[in-house]
Design a protein around this ligand. Structure first.
Ligand code: AMP
Ligand code: ZN
Ligand code: FE
Ligand code: FE
Length: 284
């Protein structure tokens, strides 16, 4: 009976509403899940209600994008207080930045492809945090590509001429803020070399010193020997070790719920350390 601690819904760039993600988690035979939408917590209530209906456990979470010396670092936060002023400010800035950047990428794409900002907005759920997957959806709707994967491969990857980077806070700042808000910061897919440059061991140590509490080791984007390096870091600093799918919906990404999971003892540590919001029905 296992937990998937990294999933996305239509509250950010997943393709399924929170209740459907939970229903799919039940179908996949999971004991529980965390919903970790990008810069958004608006799905928590719906996910929690669905967890009650399906008899699953639910851990509120979020994924924050940060930047360290040009390296993109995703920090998962579990059980933080979404009303903490610093977190609210962080979210507001990130979401405003997302809109501006998506507009810029859209404008670049529009020079060569049939895409408009209005068409992009049609792909974004109400009050959702926008991201490149929504631009991908607009390209799919325009018949330019078959799915999000093809859109990323052809037009939206980091080295694309249409790509625009986003200004994000440093992970040290993000980690400190999550702790102040009662949350448990866990670095997501830290060794994902396919996504670009990854943190050096020294940079990882710096994040631990700032208050990092866990590492997402078991994730399809972390190849060996990166996993071994993360496990070694975790062993030396007694960090929480997680495994997750990074589900974005059946149509959003090939990642399947429960393809990687987190051990119950590690879930228990997250519950012990997170004080900013309430988990539901999670007693590993
Ligand atoms: P952004 O937040 O705008 O930088 O977009 C990043 C998001 O795009 C991440 O959440 C990824 O899950 C998603 N993404 C990256 N590569 C792909 C891909 N090849 N297919 C589908 N989604 C992707
Ligand atoms: Zn995403
Ligand atoms: Fe991520
Ligand atoms: Fe993610």
């Amino acid at each position: 009976m296992s937990f998937d601690l990294h999933t996305h819904s239509t509250v950010s760039d997943g393709t399924e509403p929170p209740a459907m993600v939970v229903a799919e988690a039940a179908r996949a035979g999971l004991r529980g899940l965390a919903l970790t939408d990008h810069d958004a917590t608006a799905g928590w209530a719906e996910a929690r209600a669905a967890a009650e209906a399906h008899g699953l456990g639910f851990i509120p979470g979020m994924e924050v994008t940060s930047m360290a010396a040009g390296i993109s670092v995703h920090v998962l936060s579990y059980l933080h207080d979404p009303e903490h002023p610093g977190m609210r400010q962080l979210n507001a800035a990130a979401r405003a930045g997302r809109v501006e950047r998506a507009k810029q990428i859209c404008a670049r794409l529009a020079e060569d492809l049939p895409i408009t900002w209005e068409a992009v907005l049609e792909q974004v759920g109400p009050d959702a945090a926008i991201g490149r997957p929504h631009l991908a959806d607009a390209l799919v709707a325009a018949g330019m590509v078959a799915d999000r994967s093809e859109a990323f491969r052809k037009y939206l990857h980091r080295r694309s001429r249409y790509y625009v980077s986003q200004q994000n806070p440093h992970p040290v700042e993000v980690i400190r803020l999550i702790r102040q808000a009662g949350g448990v910061p866990v670095i997501a897919h830290a060794m994902a070399v396919g996504r670009g440059q990854t943190l050096s061991p020294a940079q990882l140590e710096e994040l631990v010193a700032a208050g990092l509490l866990g590492v997402e080791v078991h994730h399809r984007d972390n190849p060996e020997p990166g996993r071994a390096l993360l496990l070694d870091l975790a062993a030396r600093h007694d960090l929480i070790v997680t495994g997750s799918s990074d589900y974005h919906g059946a149509a959003g990404k090939p990642n399947r719920l429960g393809e990687n999971t987190t051990e119950a003892d590690q879930v228990a540590r997250i519950l012990q350390l997170g004080t900013g919001s309430q988990p539901y029905n999670v007693n590993p």
